[in-house]
Write a protein that binds this ligand. Structure first.
Ligand SMILES: [Mg+2]
Length: 231
């Protein structure tokens, strides 16, 4: 088969991301410790995030607003304004965290750059994703960057037609089965799952075991061999 275009997810595929959400969530639990136990906070925060995705999209801004909404809810509107201020500060700190590439990320992208069309496909806040890409030092290795509001089969159909020769001659690599792998396979392309040890609850899905266009790698180190076998 022909493979012309390779898409990479960014967060927790090329660089660490979820760990900063977990750290902030731990701080959130400390701030609200007088109002609710951690399990209830976690459950109400996840419910708020689920409700709010359609309004705010994916990313730190929506997460911050969901924390504020949860703080108001669990405290029955008694949370002090100073605590809201702390939550907002925690959110702003997330927007400044340093970029730490995952092992093999740079080598894997370098090995394919110039030989295939490489497209970075990521959800999240526009400014934050642009900042992280700039700080990663990987920007010049990609032919295109797409910061999208969601990752559905139609998203990949459009992106791979725009930058390559269609999803059926494309491959998407990422740590989320739900966002990176399953919708790409539904669009007719290859989906390569590279799990990360921390995955947001809303990104969980079952792997399409046995599908001829599904592959799983323990890390990005094996990617160029896999691409050579397929392409
Ligand atoms: Mg990801």
């Amino acid at each position: 088969m022909t493979l012309t275009t390779i898409g990479f997810d960014a967060d927790d595929t090329l660089w660490h991301n979820e760990r900063f959400f977990r750290l902030t969530q731990a701080r959130f639990h400390d701030l609200l410790a007088d109002h609710a136990p951690p399990e209830r906070l976690e459950e109400r925060l996840l419910a708020a995030e689920r409700r709010n995705i359609g309004h705010y999209g994916f990313g730190v801004k929506g997460f911050t607003l969901s924390m504020i909404e949860t703080a108001i809810e669990v405290s029955e509107s008694r949370v002090p304004a100073a605590v809201i201020g702390e939550i907002m500060a925690a959110g702003r700190e997330m927007l400044a965290h340093p970029i730490e590439l995952l092992p093999s990320a740079r080598a894997a992208v370098e090995a394919l750059s110039g030989r295939y069309k490489l497209v970075l496909v990521t959800k999240g806040d526009l400014l934050d994703q642009e900042r992280k890409l700039a700080q990663s030092g990987l920007g010049d290795l990609f032919d295109a960057v797409e910061i999208v509001s969601d990752k559905r089969p139609e998203t990949y159909t459009t992106v791979f037609a725009r930058h390559g020769s269609g999803a059926d001659e494309g491959m998407m690599i990422g740590n989320s089965l739900k966002s990176d792998v399953l919708p790409m396979i539904a669009a007719g392309g290859w989906g390569v799952y590279v799990p990360h040890d921390l995955t947001w609850a809303l990104e969980h899905a079952l792997p399409p075991e046995g599908h001829p266009r599904f592959a799983e790698l323990p890390d990005l180190g094996g990617l160029s061999d896999l691409v050579a076998r397929i392409g």
